[in-house]
Unconditional design. Structure first.
Length: 316
């Protein structure tokens, strides 16, 4: 699919008027503003998009930690970006375009580039159809945050040269963290469990520490968890019943508790008390907000914390 942005010299009055025309029969398409140099970029939906070579006024949804890492402060972000424990302070004063993204707000910002997760056109198709007419939009899949997403978003932002040094630093940290837990727990298994209201989930290889445990630290998974990962490498989680806990809980249990009452009930169950991780004092509480995301900054920081927890052998 070829997405071209050819309209020259937009003015704010026209842009504001566009908000009301987008849902109708307008055939205008967004473009990099002004006469700035552009290049073709192929996004993860196979779209060929003309984007600015050096974007300056960028709207990012889900990818602001990457922009901050490579020294580009976003013009605006979506709601989820403000939930990141490690970067929300750096986003102070930056506008939110909401969730779903607000078309009128984006028009008022007059971005020269927008980067969204490829989930957005699936859940907000009509909204994204309108947003795509404002300025160039690049869609990026959630795959490997370090080796796929980071280089791709950095490239779209014109900062690809900054990726290599960061990854080298990350890999040095990762080597130290892997060695730390290898010496502490060897081939013992590790599971991630989240207790929310009416929901019990085992996390696999993406967020809530999944990427950290499975990809960064390469901690061994129990057979049931590994089978789920083998079926879909980037599957987020699997919901289980209380009765299945013994099959999914490893020798070490990283626990995220969002429903204290349910957790208290589970703690009274004989099957919980019989889990090896519980009997051996190897249950480690994780802060939900800190582990929610799976961006490069969250991964690097929580990797160190998880390594320290597992190496300490002390439940918290």
């Amino acid at each position: 699919m070829k997405v071209k942005y050819r309209v020259r010299g937009w003015h704010m009055a026209f842009m504001l008027a566009l908000v009301f025309a987008l849902a109708g029969c307008s055939t205008s398409t967004g473009k990099p503003s002004g006469d700035a140099p552009t290049r073709e970029f192929i996004d993860d939906m196979g779209r060929h998009v003309d984007i600015p070579t050096n974007p300056q006024n960028v709207v990012l949804c889900e990818f602001s930690p990457i922009a901050l890492t490579i020294g580009l402060k976003p013009a605006a972000v979506c709601n989820n970006d403000f939930l990141n424990s490690f970067t929300k302070a750096s986003l102070e004063g930056i506008e939110s375009v909401g969730d779903p993204p607000n078309v009128e707000k984006i028009v008022s910002i007059s971005p020269d580039l927008m980067v969204f997760s490829s989930v957005y056109p699936k859940i907000y198709r009509e909204v994204m159809d309108q947003i795509e007419k404002i300025a160039p939009v690049v869609y990026v899949n959630f795959t490997d945050p370090i080796y796929d997403v980071f280089p791709k978003v950095a490239d779209a932002l014109g900062k690809k040269s900054q990726v290599e040094d960061w990854i080298k630093g990350f890999e040095a940290d990762r080597t130290g963290a892997r060695e730390k837990i290898k010496q502490a727990i060897g081939d013992e298994t590790v599971s991630i469990l989240r207790i929310a209201k009416g929901d019990l989930r085992v996390y696999l290889s993406t967020n809530f520490g999944g990427y950290v445990v499975r990809n960064a630290l390469q901690a061994k998974a129990v057979a049931k968890v590994q089978a789920e990962i083998d079926k879909d490498r980037w599957k987020n989680a699997v919901a289980i019943s209380h009765e299945l806990l013994p099959e999914y809980a490893g020798d070490h249990l990283l626990l995220i508790v969002e429903d204290e009452e349910q957790y208290k009930e589970i703690q009274q169950m004989a099957l919980w008390k019989g889990l090896p991780a519980v009997k051996n004092g190897q249950v480690y509480l994780l802060e939900a907000g800190k582990y929610y995301n799976s961006d490069i900054i969250t991964i690097r920081e929580t990797m160190k914390e998880v390594a320290d927890l597992l190496a300490s052998g002390k439940s918290k």
